[in-house]
Each structure stands twice: as C-alpha cells, then as structure tokens.
Design a protein around this ligand. Structure first.
Ligand code: ATP
Length: 253
C-alpha cells in the first residue's frame, strides 16, 4: 500500500483543558474520497482544523506523505477549504487576488507570479464558474459564491488532498450544482478528498469511504455500501447525515 497522504495516529485535539477529539486514528490515501459525517458537535471541524494546526493538538502524531508535521507545514500538497465566514465583509480583495493566494506555497515569497501561476488561477476560477466575477471584490459576492472562491483558492494550489469543511452547507442552489460538478471532476482527476458534510448527496457519485464521528471517536469507517448496512442496523439508529443545525438555505443568496 502506498504511503497515506495524511496519517493521524492517536491524535487528540481540544480547547483549553477540554478534549474534543480523543486518541483518534485516521488516514487518507491516494485516490480516496472520504466523507466525514457525524452529529453536530461530534468534533468534525475540530478534527480537520486540528489536522491543519488550527486547534491545539493534545497528543498523537500527524504525518503528511510519511513526513512528520501537520498539514499546515505541507500547504503545497494539502488544500483546505474552511467552513464559513472566512471571507469577512471587510475583505477588500478581488476574487483573483484571493485565489492567487493559493499559489503562494509553490514559490519563494519574493518571486512574482509566473504565467503558469496566473493560468492556474484563471483555470481554478473558471472551474468554480466565476470567470465573469474574477475582478469583483469578494465582499460583493453571495455566501455561496464566496465559498466557491475558497474552493478555487484551494484548487489553484493543485493539492494532492483537498480537505473541505461543509462546502455545501447554507449555499445557494447554483453553488451546490457547481460544487457537485467540481467534486466530480476532481475525483476523476485523482485528487483525494476529505469532506466534512451533512449532505452526502453531493458526494454520492464520488465517495469511496465514509467515516462517522461520534463524541470525538470514530464509530464507523467503511465503504458506502457498508455504511448503508450500518444505518439499516437497528443497533445504530442515529442517522449521521442529518441536517446541520444552522443550515440556512437563504444564506448563500
Ligand atoms: N473555539 C472553540 N472553543 C471551545 N470549544 C469549541 C470551539 N470550537 C468548537 N468547540 C466545541 O467542540 C465541540 C465539537 O465542535 P465541532 O465544531 O468540532 O463539531 P462538529 O462536529 O464540526 O459540529 P457541527 O456539525 O455543528 O459543525 C463542541 O462541543 C463545540 O462546542
């Protein structure tokens, strides 16, 4: 088996003295599209933020392609699309400028963008259907479009693994459609993904594995077929892919 793109071993993450993710093992390999499900508050966001060093690690180890270090130290290989409210209204950058930041891990800080950088940025913006808004300020876009900008920023970095935290929660229908297409194309091109979601439908065509968190522990890890059987099992009555508590279908308009 090839070296996992990311491997977390016995990792614990939490806030102050509170452990939210408790000695958990999770790895994602080449070609895998993993849906990370679980009830509200089970620790999904804490886990993915922890993989990027955004939440204190209380124990365990993380390796990226066999090298010790969290995902933030391997930005060129692992892209991150955060959950929401990441592009504040006060951000006065254009779509192109935000997406161009996705190229920064690939060149020395002092080197200007090359033609190839600019092409990749334009292609990423096109992939999320925002070419006509490339020079618009992000603060003028809808919530769903802003989410697409963040996805384009991650795509511009051509990551081997893309980690997304609820990419479809609260986005408008047009953005959901675009996102489903983007995920399909990425999966077809071999990009591995770890996607926190309450909306498994969006991933239905591409998901290869489902991991369910419950109270900071993994309580299911297997194929979509095995997951269906798991749900049908009367001993496991809770449905992981339930709706998000603060989903706001108007929020992306
Ligand atoms: N910044 C923080 N400081 C303290 N506690 C936090 C913080 N962020 C999250 N928590 C707590 O950690 C627990 C797990 O939250 P987390 O957001 O990781 O869950 P989740 O599974 O992503 O939930 P959701 O589906 O609602 O997004 C919750 O009890 C939450 O209150």
């Amino acid at each position: 088996m090839s070296t996992p793109l990311i491997a977390a071993r016995a990792v614990s993450f939490g806030y102050d003295d509170r452990v939210v993710v408790d000695r958990l093992d999770l790895s994602v390999g080449v070609g895998e599209v993993v849906a990370l499900l679980g009830p509200n508050g089970s620790g999904k966001s804490t886990l993915v933020k922890g993989l990027f060093g955004l939440v204190p690690r209380l124990g365990g180890t993380i390796e990226v392609e066999g090298k010790v270090g969290d995902a933030s130290t391997h930005h060129a290989r692992i892209g991150y699309v955060p959950q929401r409210h990441s592009l504040a209204q006060s951000v006065r950058s254009t779509v192109s400028e935000v997406v161009a930041a996705g190229r920064l891990p690939h060149r020395p800080w002092w080197q200007p963008a090359t033609r190839s950088d600019r092409d990749l940025v334009a292609r990423a913006i096109e992939a999320v259907g925002l070419s006509d808004r490339a020079h618009a300020e992000v603060s003028t876009l809808s919530g769903g479009q802003q989410r697409r900008v963040l996805i384009a920023r991650a795509l511009a970095g051509q990551p081997a693994l893309l980690v997304m935290d609820e990419p479809t929660a609260g986005v408008d229908h047009a953005s959901q459609v675009v996102l489903t297409e983007v995920l399909g194309r990425l999966a077809a091109s071999g990009t591995a993904m770890l996607v926190v979601t309450h909306e498994l439908d969006v991933l239905a065509d591409v998901v290869t594995r489902i991991v369910c968190l419950d109270a900071g522990h993994i309580d299911f890890d297997g194929s979509p077929g095995a997951y269906a059987a798991h749900l049908a099992d009367a001993d496991h009555p809770h449905v992981h892919a339930g709706h998000h508590h603060d989903d706001d279908s108007t929020g992306g308009r």
